[in-house]
Design a protein around this ligand. Structure first.
Ligand code: H79
Length: 413
């Protein structure tokens, strides 16, 4: 039984809604929109100062393949992701959903279908949780900038944004995540964010809401860095595969499976999630390199999953070039991603080691003198080049402390 004794009713309800999210660990972010056709980043309209009239032609030329989302969802499921978040409207203003509030949407223009409905069906049929990304900033809406200077414009724009959020929360069944993005140029009162989120919760009592409507709500969203939230708040790091969110083939330096496994270990160690982005082509193909690398990650998780999904207990630790820890209770998992050969020395572990094993494998011999642990008789080649997990059973609260200065072996603390 959880001890909920010291939590307010509101906090208890938040923890109830967050329960799946705190255990999810790994999700797929999808950035898909008109910008995908240009292949030069999702900010292309703004960065290249493309006139709206010219950009809007992309709404008619976009002809994505039917049900492309099914392949993304299958991939997500296969590689160990538990949820998805897709852009329903990015800063460009084009709506991938059927909106009564604008004709600039996927049903009325080129695609001729509701791409959000297809996405929801695809994710649900793989048993994945469903999130909607929605950009509050809107470069195309005539009041999107004017709203800051003109009360009538603000009223119209806020009604438009709230109205679309209502549509999203009404027309697609049960949702798991509302993932707002950039709330420029208004402040929290001008946006009437509290009112908007109260509406969301009335329509979707189990939903969790991110922190980007200028209210903290349910979880934090570090972007392009992995930084745990304070005070036990839920959090999710969103990361790109290359350096763009939208389809950008000229941005060709992609993270590898090794990088992704390392990010998973970092989020697990901090009790958070990794929302890893894919920018599909305009037709709807995930870049082949992302598919290949994710499949390697999936195979790795098949083998080492428990050292990621369930090993989120906090543990003080410092860096080592050979790897880092996750922890569950008295089990400490050293994820060795730079294999040193038949001997692995770990300095700074302040607990007596009771046993050492390759994860789900044979015992490993070791010696321990003060805070120097030496594992011996290991394979000369890395058993797993992405990261080999070594499970240590330790005595007492696990601590890994080296300090910055030089310290003789027998000095304490
Ligand atoms: O969708 C992806 C990015 O396109 C988007 N978030 C991820 C998930 C993103 N948009 N902008 N940013 C990230 C960086 C933030 C820019 C901002 Fe600003 C600085 C927003 C508010 C201050 C630039 C200046 C935009 C408005 C004013």
């Amino acid at each position: 039984m959880e001890n909920t004794g010291n939590l307010t009713m509101e906090q208890q309800d938040r923890e109830r809604r967050l329960r799946w999210f705190r255990q999810a660990r790994f999700g797929m972010f999808i950035h898909w929109g008109l910008y995908s056709q240009l292949g030069r980043h999702e900010w292309v309209m703004n960065r290249e100062r493309i006139p709206a009239a010219e950009y809007e032609k992309l709404a008619d030329s976009w002809k994505p393949r039917p049900h492309a989302a099914r392949e993304w969802a299958k991939l997500a499921k296969e590689v160990g992701m538990r949820y998805m978040v897709m852009t329903t409207k990015h800063h460009e203003g084009f709506c991938l959903f059927d909106s009564q509030l604008t004709d600039y949407n996927a049903v009325k223009r080129g695609p001729g279908r509701d791409l959000v409905a297809e996405y929801v069906e695809a994710a649900r049929s793989e048993g994945l949780r469903v999130g909607f990304y929605y950009s509050m900033m809107d470069w195309r809406h005539p009041d999107g900038v004017q709203c800051k200077r003109d009360e009538a414009a603000r009223r119209r724009f806020v009604d438009y944004i709230h109205g679309q959020v209502r549509e999203l929360c009404t027309n697609y069944g049960k949702l798991d995540i509302m993932w707002y993005d950039v709330s420029w140029p208004l402040d929290v009162d001008e946006w009437e964010s509290a009112k908007m989120n109260a509406m969301v919760r009335q329509l979707q009592p189990d939903i969790i809401i991110n922190d980007r409507s200028q209210l903290p709500e349910d979880f934090g969203t570090p972007e392009q860095h992995i930084t745990p939230a304070k005070d036990g708040r839920a959090w999710e790091a969103c990361m790109t595969f290359n350096e763009s969110w939208g389809y950008t083939p000229i941005d060709a330096k992609f993270k590898t499976a090794w990088d992704v496994v390392s990010m998973l270990r970092q989020v697990a160690a901090g009790g958070g999630n990794l929302l890893l982005n894919i920018g599909p082509s305009p037709e709807g193909d995930a870049p082949p390199i992302c598919v290949e690398e994710l499949q390697k990650v999936g195979a790795w998780l098949q083998r080492y999953g428990p050292a990621i999904y369930e090993a989120t207990d906090p543990m003080e630790q410092e860096w080592q070039i050979t790897g880092a820890f996750t922890r569950k209770g008295d089990r400490v998992y050293f994820h060795c991603n730079r294999w040193p050969g038949s001997e692995l020395a770990i300095g700074g572990l302040r607990n007596r080691v009771l046993s050492a094993h390759l994860f789900n494998g044979p015992a490993v011999r070791f010696t321990q003198q003060s805070d120097r642990l030496v594992l011996t008789g290991l394979p000369t080649e890395a058993p797993d080049p992405l990261a080999t997990v070594i499970e240590l059973q330790v005595e007492g609260e696990p601590r890994h402390v080296l300090g910055t200065g030089y310290r003789l072996l027998d000095e304490d603390t």
